[in-house]
Design a protein around this ligand. Structure first.
Ligand SMILES: [Ca+2]
Ligand SMILES: [Ca+2]
Length: 474
């Protein structure tokens, strides 16, 4: 009797706990089964000088082109701010500059990032093994901290600092070949680190692997073999037109600063050498991307990995007599961006809808089956990933400093500066943005339609830099 009670009790216990345990196991197995791995690749300062975007006829990027061809390439994608810090903070948090106060590189991001559920934190909180290395956030000390990742490996350094190879001045605005091996470069070592993780990270946990390349950021020092790929006498300068700045308002000319970098580059006859340096550095990056892609394809994860590829903003090399980012024209805001999601995207797809980086966070959540946090307001790109030609009612917006914005749709770019001066470009007739149409009769309605996407100026929060200065004065 005692024994049968015991047996029955044991049976009930087994059924109850068994079903509970089994249920739990089923759930976690099911969750893991639907949770894909994510390879999240950030690139510093790469503009549209790639094969797939065609920004320069001599750009050689077969590996990047192969990577983006795994899924959907967005050909009209833009950063939320044309500088490292605010672009990255905006993408990783899903919060625009005018709501975060992170407008420029000098605006501290650590405070906002500490209070915010960022992409890497959200994936960590949802059971992902989150591994990060290189440059994901702009300020490593403040934002890419160990406790916001399962493992943060940091940055890998490269040889050469302020060598003044171009004779302009002793700064990182410099270019020229190095007599070193590719494997001495930080991005090479970062790639090795990432390949090892793709191969050996535990397979019973979903992986979020963030790889942040620092080239083609200045200085353009890469091994000599990459410079040799672009002989100086073959170099083509970007297409420009004389007096392009004549129809640009003062606020825009101030961003271009023609008397600064451009005057110095021309004076020292370094324009072609600069273009060569950028092409060489992009080519070096491309080799690393090829190695990473091979590492993914050789890994056990290849078929279940979402690949997210993004560059933090564009780059001018003399267009509008401007160098670097820090402006609201196409060359500074257009980025290279692509998403490949197995079972969702069709390889080799291109999408021309205007999109910006507030969309990356919600899109990744939907692809991975995670909830979209309340503070994330950008539209998910999932409809475009499934059907790149589908109707898209949104625009892309880029902000450079408080109250300076560009609004981009599938035809126009409208720029409004803080002093209410404007530019309007029609990409159908003027893809290089040479003719400012803002004062043309008959285009007022277009300007009004695009301006309606911008916030009321009074609602734009103060830069975090200003609030910090205010505090320190108290
Ligand atoms: Ca950058
Ligand atoms: Ca012009």
């Amino acid at each position: 009797m005692i024994r049968s009670y015991f047996c029955f009790g044991l049976f009930v216990f087994c059924v109850l706990t068994g079903s509970l345990l089994t249920g739990a196991n089923d759930r976690s197995i099911a969750q893991e089964a639907v949770r894909p791995d994510v390879l999240f690749i950030a690139v510093d300062d790469l503009n549209d000088w790639t094969g797939h975007l065609g920004g320069h006829p001599q750009a050689r990027t077969p590996n990047i082109d192969r990577l983006v061809a795994r899924g959907v390439t967005f050909t009209n994608a833009h950063c939320v701010a044309p500088a490292c810090n605010p672009s990255r903070a905006g993408l990783m948090s899903g919060i625009r500059p005018w709501r975060s106060g992170i407008y420029v590189n000098g605006d501290p991001a650590a405070g906002v990032m500490r209070r915010t559920l960022t992409i890497n934190r959200h994936f960590l909180a949802n059971g992902y093994l989150t591994l990060g290395g290189g440059k994901i956030y702009h300020n490593l000390q403040a934002e890419g901290r160990d406790d916001t990742w399962s493992e943060w490996v940091g940055r890998f350094s490269s040889p050469g600092k302020n060598l003044n190879l171009n004779g302009l001045k002793k700064s990182h605005f410099d270019w020229g070949p190095l007599d070193c091996r590719p494997d001495e470069m930080g991005d090479y070592q970062l790639t090795d680190w990432a390949i090892e993780k793709l191969k050996n990270a535990p397979e019973d946990q979903p992986l979020f692997l963030a790889v942040g390349y620092v080239k083609p950021h200045l200085p353009w020092y890469v091994p000599r073999q990459y410079f040799d790929r672009f002989p100086p006498d073959t170099i083509q300068l970007p297409e420009v037109t004389d007096a392009d700045l004549a129809d640009v308002p003062a606020a825009g000319r101030k961003m271009a600063r023609p008397e600064g970098d451009h005057a110095a580059v021309v004076k020292k006859d370094q324009w072609k050498k600069g273009v060569q340096g950028y092409l060489a550095t992009v080519s070096f990056l491309d080799d690393q991307v090829g190695r990473l892609l091979q590492g993914l394809e050789d890994s056990p994860r290849a078929d279940r990995t979402i690949v997210v590829w993004w560059t933090d903003h564009g780059w001018h090399l003399g267009e509008k007599q401007h160098w670097r980012k820090f402006a609201l024209w196409e060359d500074a805001t257009r980025t290279s961006m692509a998403i490949a999601a197995p079972g969702v995207t069709e390889p080799g797809s291109r999408c021309g809808a205007p999109v910006d980086y507030t969309s990356v966070f919600p899109t990744l959540c939907e692809l991975a089956g995670l909830e979209v946090p309340d503070h994330v307001s950008g539209p998910s790109l999932l409809p475009l990933l499934k059907e790149p030609d589908t109707d898209w009612e949104h625009v892309a917006i880029c902000t450079h400093g408080r109250r300076n914005h560009a609004v981009i749709d599938n035809r126009y770019r409208y720029i409004r500066y803080a002093d209410n001066t404007e530019e309007l470009y029609d990409h159908q007739s003027d893809p290089r943005e040479w003719n400012n149409l803002a004062n043309e009769d008959g285009l007022v309605k277009i300007k009004q339609r695009l301006a309606a996407y911008l916030p009321a100026p009074a609602s734009e929060v103060a830069p975090t830099q200003a609030s910090k200065q205010k505090k320190s004065k108290k």
